[in-house]
Structure formats: structure tokens, C-alpha cells
Design a protein around this ligand. Structure first.
Ligand code: SF4
Ligand code: SF4
Length: 443
């Protein structure tokens, strides 16, 4: 800061230009999501133009050979191909009572029930029939708590393996569970089938038991820790990670990651809570700078370990760095509706597992198949290219416009956080590229 200049009070990553973002000598070309290393003189020249003279900035970027025309065309929303993945909400019921639950206690605001086997079988049959031989599908078991439907999970996996084998379609399986009902034989089954298992846990014993009580009010941490042992023992044959929902009450992310790593998880993903059906637990206002500080601190722990060649469980930074390295511009924050749909216990398709029973995300039913018009409409309306809020945001092709469910129910309260996190991740990318380019696997 020059003598006498006012302090810069903008949040980290605050938008200055829709065309580009600069961080520590790296230029993000907003429309293509590509990163370029600049020499210090060029970085200073661009910095002087960002947010001050967009026409001159465009000319300077053009002189650097960066095409300023809107880059990759948005995927064709009018004709989405059949989904490649399904989430089956096999149990719309739960044995826990987390205050912020997106499924409102597991039943998604309706009556608690399990999915009939005929619904699961019909959903799998259609998914596989719509996939060309040689292709692959992914089936995720969700809830509520999926282990309340133990027999259905086993029957569905066996059926999908048979059907997939007969059509030369590869079948992969995933599950999100609270792990409180897990038995040793379940862990062996998940390992045999090569599942990707995500266990929901919110921190150490004290934090987790406050945020994730059992339905009767007792704590869940000790129960989960006991039941995890057979799953952790199978970690070589399945993909295992913990998923933490972050609310204003568990913002100490480095401590949470450490607690779950101590429990045996090699990968811990952080998921900030932006919208909850009860209104309880959602982050707001001053929570976002605290969230950014906590994520950055966990990121620095990960960087220190990675630069020293040690593993570290914090998954969010590794994921962000991988995406920055691939440099693929996004039209959506996720594959919901385009690649992926959920099926509920009634046999209705929803935009994703969070849209079960939600009128904003209904996508047809099993009898007629996924509704092409509903899918096309949802994609056309929800793509980041169609979001006026995002048009001026340098992060649009990295962020994709936010989670559809959260945006439709809570708007976009966390954009400063999202940009601050991506700004930090770009800086971390430059540091890791300089010190350990081999981490990216192609150096
Ligand atoms: S949702 Fe993402 S792309 Fe849109 S304004 Fe917010 S941070 Fe930017
Ligand atoms: S819409 Fe939101 S909750 Fe649904 S899959 Fe996408 S990111 Fe996840």
C-alpha cells in the first residue's frame, strides 16, 4: 500500500473484472478457466487495468494470445443424453436426528418409508438399458440412512451386476451412510463390490454428538467409531472418505480434519451448509469470513504436509488443485440432471438426491422414463451462462454457479467465500507447481 492510500478492504478474490483474475503472478482467463504464469512486468501491467479499463484489458489479453470470444459453447441443454448415474433413496427414513438435515430427518418432508424392490430394479434396468454396451454406470445408495434397507441394497447390487454383465455395461457403486448400523459383514460386502463409501461425521466426539445425535438424543460418535473398524480394515478394497457438514457450530476445520484423520480416514471432505430445510445450521453473514479462514488454515496444513511428501486428509484443496490443473470450464457446479438423477421410493426421478419430494426438481417417473422436456428446461435455466448474478464473476467457469438446490432455496449468500477460496487455491496451485510439479501426475 502506498503512503496515504486507503486500506484495501475488499474480501480476498473480490471481483474486479469479468475477464480475468490475477493471483501471485498467475492469470486466470475467466471464460476458459485456463491459468497462465506471467512475468512480473506483464502481471503488473494487467493488474493496473483490471477493473479500471476493461477495453484496454481486453486488448492486452488479446496481445497475449488469449481468445476473448466466449469460449466453449455450453453443453446442449436441449438434448441431454440419458443419465449415467442414479442415486436411489433406498431408505426415506433415518435413525439419527441432525438438525440441519437436507432430508428433514430422512423422509424428505413426507412419510418415512423404504423403497420397494420393484422400484429399485426398474430404475437399474432402465439405467442399464439406456447405456450402450461397453459403457459404465454408477449407482449410489442414499437415504435417510441406507442401511435401514440392507436387504434391498444387496438385492439391487446383485441385480445390477447381472444386468450389467449381460449388456457389457460396467457397474460401479457408491453409498453415503452415517455408519451407525454398519455390521462387519456389510463392510466385507462393500469391499467385495468395490464401493465408494462416504461416511457423514461432523468432527470429534463432542462436536459430532452435538450436531449429529441419534433419533433418541444419544451421541453417535462412539457408536460410529466402533462400527468403522471393519470398514477401515477394508480400506484397500474400497474408496473410503468422511464428509463433514460445516455449520456455524463446527467451523474449526483443521481440528475436525485432524480428529477424523485420527479415526482412520485418509480423506476428509468439507461441505459448507448453505441451506437447510429447518433454517437451522445454515452459514450466514460473518460465518463466511470465518469459514474462509478455517479452510485456508486447513489448506496450509495440507500444503505443508504435501510439500514435505506426507499424506494429509484434507480433500478439498487436492480436489480444487486437480480441477485447476485440468482447466475444464464448467457450465454447472455438478452433474445433476445432465449426468445424474435421483429416484425416490415412489419411483419418481428428481434432479439429485436433495431434490427428492421437491417440486422444483421433479424429472418424470420410472413408468415413462426421465422427462426430456423437464431435464432440458432445468439445464437451460440453471446453467451458469443463464445466471445474471454470475455474468460478471471471474470465478464463473470454476464455480459453475453454485449448487442448484442451494441456489434455488437460499440464493447465493456465499459468493465472497467461494471466490476467496478459489483465489487461495490458485495461489496454492502456483506454489505446488513451483515446488512439486510431479504431484499433478504429468510432470
Ligand atoms: S455462484 Fe459462483 S459463479 Fe456465481 S457469482 Fe457466486 S461465486 Fe461467482
Ligand atoms: S444440485 Fe447440489 S446437492 Fe444436487 S448434486 Fe448438485 S451440488 Fe450436489
Amino acid at each position: 500500500m502506498a503512503d496515504g492510500a486507503p486500506p484495501d478492504l475488499r474480501p480476498p478474490g473480490a471481483p474486479r473484472s469479468r475477464q480475468a483474475h490475477l493471483k501471485d503472478g498467475l492469470l486466470l482467463h475467466a471464460e476458459s478457466a485456463a491459468l497462465y504464469a506471467l512475468d512480473p512486468g506483464e502481471a503488473a501491467a494487467l493488474d493496473a487495468l483490471l477493473g479500471r479499463d476493461e477495453a484496454a484489458l481486453a486488448r492486452r489479453l488479446g496481445a497475449l494470445g488469449l481468445d476473448l470470444a466466449p469460449s466453449p459453447a455450453a453443453p446442449d441443454a436441449a438434448a441431454p443424453p440419458p443419465p449415467r448415474a442414479l442415486a436411489l433413496t433406498v431408505s426415506q427414513s433415518c435413525n439419527m436426528a441432525c438438525g440441519y438435515c437436507y432430508a428433514s430427518g430422512g423422509a424428505f418432508g413426507g412419510a418415512a418409508r423404504l423403497m420397494p424392490e420393484a422400484v429399485a430394479i426398474a430404475a437399474v434396468d432402465r439405467l442399464i438399458a439406456d447405456t450402450a454396451p461397453g459403457g459404465a454406470v454408477q449407482i449410489a445408495f442414499m437415504g435417510g440412512e441406507p442401511w435401514l434397507a440392507r436387504d434391498l441394497i444387496r438385492a439391487t447390487v446383485a441385480h445390477a451386476r447381472r444386468r450389467g454383465g449381460a449388456r457389457a455395461v460396467k457397474t460401479g457403486f457408491a453409498m453415503t451412510t452415517n455408519a451407525t448400523l454398519l455390521r462387519a459383514e456389510d463392510a466385507a460386502f462393500l469391499a467385495e463390490q468395490g464401493f465408494a463409501v462416504t461416511v457423514s461425521l461432523d468432527g470429534d466426539r463432542e462436536t459430532n454428538d452435538r450436531l449429529r445425535p441419534m433419533a433418541g438424543g444419544a451421541g453417535s460418535f462412539d457408536r460410529v467409531a466402533r462400527r468403522l473398524a471393519p470398514l477401515l480394515a477394508e480400506a484397500g478394497r474400497l474408496t473410503l472418505s468422511a464428509r463433514v457438514t460445516v455449520t456455524p457450530d463446527n467451523l474449526d476445520i483443521p481440528r475436525t480434519v485432524a480428529a477424523l484423520a485420527d479415526l482412520g480416514f485418509a480423506s476428509v471432505g468439507i461441505s459448507p451448509m448453505l441451506a437447510s430445510p429447518t433454517g437451522r445450521g445454515a452459514l450466514a453473514g460473518d460465518d463466511f469470513p470465518r469459514l474462509l479462514a478455517a479452510m485456508t488454515e486447513a489448506g496450509e496444513d495440507w500444503m505443508a504436509a504435501t510439500l514435505a511428501g506426507r499424506p494429509h486428509a484434507f480433500a478439498n484443496l487436492a480436489t480444487a488443485l486437480g480441477e485447476l490443473h485440468r482447466g475444464r470450464p464448467r457450465s454447472q457446479s455438478c452433474g445433476a440432471v445432465r449426468d445424474y438423477l435421483a429416484v425416490d421410493a415412489e419411483g419418481r426421478y428428481a434432479a439429485c438426491h436433495r431434490f427428492v419430494n421437491d417440486p422444483l426438481g421433479q424429472m418424470g417417473d420410472l413408468a415413462a422414463g426421465p422427462d426430456p422436456a423437464a431435464r432440458a428446461r432445468f439445464l437451460a435455466e440453471r446453467q451458469v451462462e443463464a445466471q445474471p448474478d454470475c455474468a460478471g464473476c471471474w470465478a464463473r467457469r470454476l464455480c459453475g454457479g453454485g449448487c442448484h438446490h442451494e441456489v434455488l432455496h437460499a440464493g447465493r449468500p456465499g459468493c465472497d467465500y467461494v471466490r476467496g477460496w478459489l483465489d487461495y487455491a490458485i495461489g496454492a496451485y502456483g506454489r505446488l507447481m513451483a515446488a512439486r510439479p510431479g504431484w499433478f501426475g504429468d510432470g
